[in-house]
Write a protein that binds this ligand. Structure first.
Ligand code: EPU
Length: 421
């Protein structure tokens, strides 16, 4: 097992290049199943979730090549299997996209229930509601979802989501691509990675409109035939580095970002006292003084992302005054990291959906444990900002979603090492 050793208290300086978006990549790779032909995908992050998905596709019979770093070529023309390896499927969350992709291409799928970060109850009833509305017969067992065409076959239909769900929106988009008729998703999620998935599929020959609004329309086509596509930069990875500079201090140019996607995050940090300068595809963050308290409520895009809750919480622990941080997507997410931050000297009181964070003068190093991806990222930020040495255990979660985090932070002047225990 490896851990990170962080000697904190050093401001960050220099520039960091953001990788392709994890939550777009983990949808686009399974979406390649819909394509009969070669897809060249660029700006693919080298993270463990991506590596698992590529193994799943190889096992299904796809040809997978990685001709250069960040580029993946996928050819799923000869896939015949509709039962992806359950052990691999259970290693991650986004493997649920195999359901929509296999159903659309083959009319059937037998997919184990996904695993991944377990910071809350994460039902998939809205995905199932969508597949059922499209005419699938869905059998759910304790650990599997089996999909096949119902009596009247698969056909596009209207699906109104009861909750705004990123995963359900993407899964129903995939399911609608290759079936006859038009699928309309109402109350759809609007995250940038949904637009990215739709752009990828349209580049391959799909007919999807409205992605990025709350109504997405998918007109079924008979063939997706291949092409080349570059994944957008990762909004949350960028937000994590920006939060790290806000907490630890410094002056960093964050490159390869879409500043519009970052507004929900940068506007809060500006309010807290950081200086932010937006360029065309980069953002400079400067922070040389104590932050101010803030009130933040997580919401689906374009609101403040739940995936940045833990990172901004660290900033709040070091800000003047009392901050309020309310979670409206995953209520139990605080439990992944707040007690660890408390062991580093933070003052956090959880009251239902709200964390009341009273800023302290300093955090101090401790041995802490990552319980999920973003919780782990927050502990790294806390370690960078703290006095003394922090050991972060269970970093397997962090490496699920952050490409070369140790190298990137070291290049900014952080004293962080990955140690094999
Ligand atoms: N929900 C349901 N039923 C469903 C689906 C969702 O009740 O069928 C609820 C969830 O319980 C939650 C809310 O709807 O309260 C939103 O969940 P959503 O479906 O949007 O989440 P997800 O698709 O499972 C993705 C990201 C998460 C991110 C959320 C919210 C991927 C692979 N995961 O999860 O990312 O937190 O959207 O933005 O795209 C991360 O990157 O660390 C991460 C956890």
């Amino acid at each position: 097992m490896a851990i990170y050793e962080i000697k904190g208290g050093k401001p960050l300086h220099g520039s960091v290049t953001i990788s392709g978006a994890k939550n777009a990549a983990v949808a686009i790779i399974p979406a390649a199943i819909l394509v009969r032909g070669k897809c060249r995908v660029e700006n693919v992050p080298d993270i463990s979730d991506v590596r698992i998905l590529l193994d799943i596709l190889r096992d299904l019979g796809a040809k997978v090549a990685q001709p250069e770093p960040g580029v993946v070529e996928l050819d799923c023309s000869n896939i015949k299997k509709t039962h992806p390896n359950p052990e691999l499927v259970r290693k991650m969350r986004a493997s649920y996209y195999l359901m929509g992709a296999l159903l659309s291409r083959f009319g059937r799928a037998e997919v184990a229930l996904p695993g991944g970060c377990n910071f809350a109850s994460r039902p998939i009833d809205q995905h199932i509601k969508g597949f059922t509305a499209l005419g699938a017969d869905v059998e759910e067992t304790e650990d599997y979802v089996n999909l096949k065409p119902g009596m009247n076959g698969l056909r596009g239909n209207r699906v109104s989501l009861d909750v705004v769900s990123v995963g359900a929106t993407m899964n129903i988009i995939m399911a609608g691509c290759l079936i006859p008729g038009t699928t309309i998703i109402e109350n759809a999620a609007k995250e940038p990675h949904i637009v990215d998935l739709a752009n990828f599929l349209n580049t391959m020959g799909a007919n999807i409109s409205g992605a990025g609004t709350d109504t997405v329309k998918i007109r079924g086509v008979t063939l997706l035939s291949g092409g080349s596509y570059a994944i957008i930069p990762d909004q949350i990875e960028a937000g994590t580095y920006i939060a790290a500079v806000a907490a630890a201090g410094g002056n960093v140019l964050v490159e390869n970002v879409i500043p519009k996607h970052m507004e929900c995050i940068t506007s809060k940090l500006q309010e807290m006292g950081a200086t932010i300068i937006n360029y065309d595809d980069s953002i400079r963050i400067m922070c040389d003084k104590r932050l101010r308290n803030a009130t933040v409520k997580t919401r689906p895009y374009p609101g403040f992302p739940t995936d940045m809750q833990a990172q901004i919480c660290v900033c709040m622990t070091l800000a003047d005054g009392v901050s309020r941080l309310t979670e409206s997507v995953y209520e139990t997410r605080f439990f992944g990291y707040c007690s660890e931050l408390t062991s580093m000297g933070a003052d956090i009181l959880i009251n239902g959906k709200t964390a009341i964070v009273t800023g302290t003068q300093t955090l101090h190093g401790a041995t802490v444990r990552a319980k999920d991806l973003r919780a782990g990222a927050a502990l790294v930020i806390a370690g960078l900002a703290a006095e003394g040495t922090t050991y972060v255990e269970n970093i397997v979660y962090i490496e699920r979603g952050y490409e070369r985090i140790v190298e990137k932070l070291s290049a900014l002047g952080a004293d962080i090492k990955r140690i094999e225990e």
